[in-house]
Design a protein around this ligand. Sequence first.
Ligand SMILES: [Zn+2]
Ligand SMILES: [Zn+2]
Length: 530
Amino acid sequence: MTEKRIIGLGTWLDKLAARVIEREKSLGRNLDLIRTEAGIAASGVVHLGSMADSVRAHAVCLAIQNLGYRSETIQFADDMDGLRSVPKEVPTGFDRYLLHPVSLIPDPFSCHESYAEHMENLLIEALKMVDISTTFIRGFEAYQRGTFASQMKQILLNARRIGEKIREITGQDKFLETLPYFPICSSCGRIYTATAHSFDSKSGKAAYKCRGVRLRNVWYEGCGYEGEASISRADGKLSWKTELAARWASLDIRFEAFGKDLASSILVNDWVSREILNYEPPTHVQYELFLDASRRKISKSRGGSVFTPQLWFRYAPPQSLTLLLLKRIKGTRVISHQLIPALINELDRLRNAYLEREGHPKERGLYAYVYNLRPPKEKGMLAPFSLLLQLAEDAPVGDEQSFIEARLRKYGYALNAETYERIGMAIRFTTDFGHVESRAPVLEGRVRSAFAEFAERLADTETAEDIQQLMFNTARKHDLEPSDLFRTVYEALLGQPKGPRLGPYIIDLGKERALARLRQVLEPGAAQNL
Ligand SMILES: [Zn+2]
Ligand SMILES: [Zn+2]
């Protein structure tokens, strides 16, 4: 048997971290501090996509540290962006701020300095819930300090070459006529409506005229003002096709991921970084996209179906969200509440594997990253979340809490703080979403025949003890380990492999209901009228 060498903790994060380090070595760059970066959109309510960028950039940084190098994560808030549409959460009347930079719009909820700060804080708070704090840079402040002034100078001096490259890569020819720079019109206060047409490198100023702009097929008329914008102040921002390059070179970024939709923009930025700014661009990976329930890309600006981290935390432990974001990077994923029960079950399974040192090393590694490499050590049998959901569904309305507590006591589960929290989540989940069907186990061979016989003879049992006995006898008769049969029956009844002692549990559930579910698993589609 050949044994594969395990890098770090064996997850994709470790492989990626090793790749970043190897590349930095081969480039001959100094390894004193390896920075990862995530960009944060500040123009709308934070959604799972923006959370994903931050959590992953941070996890890659942890993986680099774990391989013995200093690393930090920069979160860069794109708060010079103009407001393209007003999210439905925002009070009416904000239409008048359309295309104004979000850092210069007041906070619609009046609790922060600006619109952007309010939105940025939603993400910062969500990251706090999963114990992540990183270096945070606000775009507006960075431009105001002149952080990118020298890169901007190079970019604007080479605007013609860049415009041609943009046309070559993306087909877009607008930067053949205008500079890749968006000035804020100092008369009407909007960005994008003003176009910069010339740059004076001596004064560091770009001349512009507010002509108007077409965005998503809507024409925004310019105010006609002509003025100058300084690259040493927050008078404007670089276009998307060049700003990343300026950021990488200026902040010395060695890793930045991107979503598939930005692929061509990344190609341009890589070229600008290398050819114009003489800075080898960071290692990239392309991430999966998150789709909403209607299979569209989750977007901050489109109202209606945004699944926010805050919403997730109402129904599930924060780490179940980190698990979703760190599990894998490829493919697309539909985000809805239906993912929640399975992810909590998986989190519990990984916890068990971690504490018992069972399973594949990479699963234990994933669990460690979910907890920022400091996973809790305490053991204790947690009640399965699917059991809590079932109990919440069965409980008399208005009396859910005490009903669930009484059942958990009866089944011998510890009622600790974590369990109380989860009871609350299960009740909210059931109240807001109703029943979510769990996936049925696949039945094959001897397990199938034993399962079928157990289902057939369950009706004849009377007591909880009878049911226990029936399970052991049936397993033996079919030459199975009792634990294999138990696991399958729990999967059928609860959607996960462990549960309370089966006899008393089936009595509480009701034998008829248990039977109906077992039959449904044996013959999917046959028993629709439960
Ligand atoms: Zn606020
Ligand atoms: Zn204007």
